[in-house]
Structures are given as structure tokens and as C-alpha cells.
Design a protein around this ligand. Structure first.
Ligand code: 13P
Length: 259
């Protein structure tokens, strides 16, 4: 068995409707009545469907996550979702700092950091997304960007709290584009991120921290990516929207995680 259990998480983004979300969740739950030894599975539906999806996965081992949360305590913040609300539906995870939030909602590392602290304080586990843009990759600035995002997003996060964080490396140029980082390219960034944790925290924490890869993961490339020693699972967009496309990725995670 690998030291770190894989996590295959589906980020549904602003997709599905009530019917398709419920059916997708139920279809997955049907296949996941029992734990898979090598991988944990989570889905992150749009917030309005959390109730229906939560009911549809009851009795299965599928875990639930939110796609974002507020850094404020509940109150007058129109349109926001508080960590407490995610916890009401038994969410274990919340995705924070996704590149689409950074890009379309001007989320800075400082904002992501505030969200990380609030989510942890309320008891959620965080899937923290980092990743460079195309021009940054082409300029050879990947590690500079990752360093800046990790430093900013994890400011004042204690070693104990880091145990409740999963990092997701999602190169922006690979998201929804069909362009995947090669396994070697992804592994290089994952090694950098693990080393970053070892330097800033300590080597033991770095060894246990899970680092997921995200960006056009699909059945055809999942196994070769997940087989890389520092890739501990996948954060999947498009291919998580159909059970028959998501399932082979879960199987790849289970295969790798069980070896
Ligand atoms: P795609 O798998 O659609 O490229 O999306 C990746 C992603 O952004 C997951 O958070």
C-alpha cells in the first residue's frame, strides 16, 4: 500500500441540474457501497444541489464537498455560503482558491488564506488549489507562482491544521482545455510542492500531505498520472460529470493506491 491514500474528487463546477445531479450522485453511490482500499472518493456539486446529492449518496462511501465558502461568519453577505451551511449537509471538504475563483472573482492569495482559516476553524477539510497560467509556464515561472500561492494561501496555518489540507496542483492551461500536463511535468511540480512543505513545515508533514493533480484528467490518462510517486489523486472537472467517465478514474486511483 502507498503511504498516502489517493483521493479522487469531482468538481462539478456550475454544471448539472437538480435531476442530473441527483442521478449522477445516485449512480456513483450505487457503485460505492463499500470503501475502496486504495482511494477515497468525493464529489463537489453546486451548492443548491447539496441537499439532494447528500440524500442520494447516503449509505455509500462517497464524500461530499463544497466548491467555495465565505471567510465571514454567517450574516449579511448576499450570495455567500458559510462553512456551517456546507457542514449541515455533511460536507467533509471545501475546494478553495480554484483558478476560476481567482480569475473570475478576483480572489487573491490573501482572500484564499482568509477562507482557509475560516473553513478550518469550522471543521472542514480544505482542497487548496494552486497552479500557474500558460504564460507563466512558458516564462519558466511555474515554481515562482507556486511558491507565491502557497506562501500567501497558507499564511499562519499551523502544522496541526495542515493535516486537514489537501493541495491540488491545477495548471490553469490544462483546465478544460484537453491539454494535460505530462506525468513527468506534473510530477515535477508535485515534488516542488512537497519539498516546499518539507522546508516550511517539516519532512514528516510533507510525507503525509496529499497533493492531487487537476486539469483534463480523464479515463485515458488517469493511470499514468496517478502512478507518479508524488501524485496522490485527481481533482476532476468535465470527466466527473458522467459516471462511466468518472468511474475509470476512481479505479485508477484504487489500483495505484492499493499497490
Ligand atoms: P477539467 O477536468 O474539466 O479540466 O477541470 C479541472 C478542474 O478545474 C478541477 O477543479
Amino acid at each position: 500500500m502507498r503511504a498516502r491514500r489517493q483521493l479522487v474528487a469531482g468538481n462539478w463546477k456550475m454544471n448539472t441540474n437538480l435531476k442530473s445531479a441527483t442521478e449522477l450522485a445516485a449512480g456513483l453511490a450505487e457503485k460505492l457501497k463499500q470503501d475502496l482500499p486504495g482511494t477515497e472518493v468525493a464529489i463537489c456539486p453546486p451548492a443548491p444541489y447539496l441537499a439532494a446529492v447528500s440524500a442520494a449518496i447516503a449509505g455509500s462511501v462517497v464524500k461530499l464537498g463544497g466548491q467555495d465558502c465565505s471567510f465571514e461568519e454567517p450574516g449579511a453577505f448576499t450570495g455567500e455560503v458559510a462553512p456551517e451551511m456546507l457542514l449541515d449537509f455533511s460536507c467533509r471538504y471545501v475546494i478553495l482558491g480554484h483558478s476560476e475563483r481567482r480569475q473570475y472573482h478576483a480572489e487573491t492569495d490573501a482572500v484564499v488564506n482568509k477562507k482557509v482559516h475560516m473553513a478550518l476553524k469550522k471543521g472542514l477539510h480544505v482542497i487548496l488549489c494552486v497552479g500557474e497560467k500558460l504564460e507563466e509556464m512558458e516564462a519558466g515561472a511555474t515554481e515562482t507562482v507556486l511558491d507565491r500561492q502557497m506562501t500567501g494561501s497558507l499564511a499562519s496555518v499551523t502544522p496541526e491544521d495542515l493535516a486537514k489540507i489537501v493541495v491540488a496542483y491545477e495548471p490553469v492551461w490544462a483546465i478544460g482545455t484537453g491539454k494535460t500536463a505530462t506525468p513527468a511535468q506534473a510530477e515535477k511540480s508535485h515534488v516542488f510542492l512537497r519539498q516546499w512543505i518539507a522546508n516550511r513545515y517539516n519532512p514528516q508533514i510533507a510525507e503525509t500531505l496529499r497533493i492531487l493533480y487537476g486539469g483534463s484528467v480523464k479515463a485515458a490518462n488517469a493511470l499514468e498520472l496517478l502512478q507518479m510517486p508524488n501524485i496522490d489523486g485527481a481533482l476532476v472537472g468535465n470527466a466527473s460529470l458522467k459516471v462511466d467517465q468518472f468511474w475509470p478514474i476512481i479505479e485508477a486511483g484504487n489500483t495505484v493506491g492499493s499497490n
